[in-house]
Design a protein around this ligand. Structure first.
Ligand code: ZN
Length: 468
């Protein structure tokens, strides 16, 4: 069964890819015909017909649904026009690429520039509305004022179109995307589709046109498809748009033109999940799992807190009963409680081999490189030790000659006889022992406390050269 499902999924995917490739080839052919003089134009790959009443709120920045676009499909929208100088440039740029877009026009702008409204329509773009005065905080307006803004905006654009009173398509964008429930309910009651967006390019902020381009491409890349919100009244948008369109073409994105369904032109067939930007795939197991039920606690009564006052000593008494009497050390001082856990049982392995296997000779082998490094290290250490010893030997006082020793002995005897000490013989004794010392080795003579800090016998021994 699962295998059949997979085969089915794969088959559908292949069919979709084949259809997409065929559609792409067809649209390329159509573009070449539709955009004479611009063989490298981005073009408009298809027209999507939507029924506003079936999907009254679109744009994932604020709503659950968005237009049913394929991956790589982009819908361009321009707000706040018409403003002749900039809007006309936007129209020229779009014309040079044979790209169709949706314009959310402001009623007051339409009144001031009705010709601009007709230019948008005549260029084949979709005309939509954006309130009469573009209030900065639409969501804070009293609902009657908000309704009036919507109605007046439509009336002004209708008048500008001059099309025997025919209203523009029922697409509406709330200024600043400042929605509230009342606005959306009123729009739905009028059969309007409220357009939010899927991503922005921050072109109303004080940023460079390069930044607008960067944001548009970054956010499109992140979304993979969707509705891009731009402003045709902004010079930075005029500056950024050619590069955006070129890059869309270069990266293989496709422009979709959206129109409202009419009696003559029914909505493009679509599945409900296509109206989600990232519908859960049937291959993702979680999308088929049932929802977790919401648990509601019928009783919220608190449990009684434990009696802390009688915890330790009572436990001690119980444990003494269970595991023998509480232990007491010298002078009847209670010792810490014994652990209540039973001792570890001795585990005997019936099949255990009493002798361990002999390790393989390779275990003790030292890699050649490591052995050499160890040898080098030990010989270097030995050389350093020898050098230190030679240095120490060089610094040792030289052994006195026989004549020097004799002179030292005489000087010592003379010095002793001049001494003021009354203890008979002692200085002479010291001098004689000093003379003896001079004969054998150059040992320092410790004759009184003043010299007690001179190197002793042990320290001197350290200065002896190492054998070898
Ligand atoms: Zn606006």
């Amino acid at each position: 069964m699962a295998g059949n499902v997979w085969v089915g999924v794969r088959t559908r995917r292949w069919a979709a890819m084949v259809l997409a490739v065929a559609a792409g080839a067809a649209s390329e052919a159509a573009l070449a015909a539709d955009c004479p003089g611009h063989p490298d134009a981005l073009g408009t790959s298809r027209t999507l017909v939507v029924d506003p009443k079936e999907h009254p709120l679109i744009g994932t920045m604020q709503y659950r649904e968005t237009l049913p676009l394929e991956d790589g499909e982009v819908v361009l929208t321009f707000d706040d026009g018409p403003l002749p100088r900039n809007s006309n440039q936007i129209l020229d740029i779009l014309a040079s690429q044979c790209v169709k877009a949706t314009f959310f026009l402001v009623g007051r702008q339409a009144q001031a520039n009705p010709e601009g409204v007709r230019k948008v329509r005549d260029a084949g773009h979709t005309v939509a509305t954006h309130t009469q005065n573009h209030p900065s905080s639409m969501h804070r307006l009293p609902i009657d004022r908000a309704k009036q803004e919507i109605d007046d905006g439509i009336a002004s654009v209708t008048a500008a179109l001059g099309d025997d009173g025919a209203a523009p398509p029922p697409f509406f964008r709330i200024p600043g995307l400042a929605r509230n429930d009342g606005i959306e309910e009123y729009a739905a009651a009028k059969g309007l589709q409220v357009w939010s967006a899927d991503f922005l390019a921050d072109d109303w902020r004080h940023v460079s046109s390069a930044r607008v381009y960067d944001l548009a491409m970054q956010r499109l890349t992140a979304n993979g498809k969707g509705i891009l919100l731009l402003h045709d009244i902004q010079p930075r948008t005029v500056a950024a748009l050619p590069r955006i369109l070129q890059e869309l073409k270069k990266r293989g994105y496709r422009i979709v033109h959206v129109v409202a369904a009419t009696a003559e032109q029914p909505a493009t067939p679509s599945e409900p999940q296509q109206w989600q930007l990232h519908p859960p795939s049937e291959n993702v197991a979680t999308s088929r799992w049932p929802k977790l039920p919401n648990f509601v606690f019928a009783e919220t009564e608190m449990l009684a807190a434990p009696q802390l006052t009688e915890s330790w000593w009572n436990d001690s008494a119980i444990l003494a009963q269970s595991f023998g009497r509480a232990r007491r050390g010298g002078r009847n001082v209670p010792l810490p409680r014994e652990a209540p856990w039973p001792g570890q049982p001795e585990i005997t392995l019936a099949s255990a081999d009493p002798t361990l296997p002999v390790p393989a000779p390779g275990v003790f082998e030292v890699a050649e490189g490591l052995r050499r490094a160890m040898q080098d290290f030990s010989s270097a250490a030995r050389r350093a030790e020898q050098a230190a010893a030679i240095k120490a030997e060089a610094e040792r006082p030289a052994k006195p000659t026989r004549a020097e020793a004799r002179q030292t002995r005489r000087a010592a005897v003379a010095s002793a006889s001049r001494g003021k000490r009354t203890v008979a013989g002692r200085p002479v004794q010291q001098a004689r022992s000093a003379a003896r010392a001079g004969r054998t080795a150059a040992k320092p003579v410790i004759s009184d406390k003043k010299n007690a800090r001179r190197p002793g016998r042990h320290q001197e021994a350290l200065l002896q050269p190492a054998p070898g």
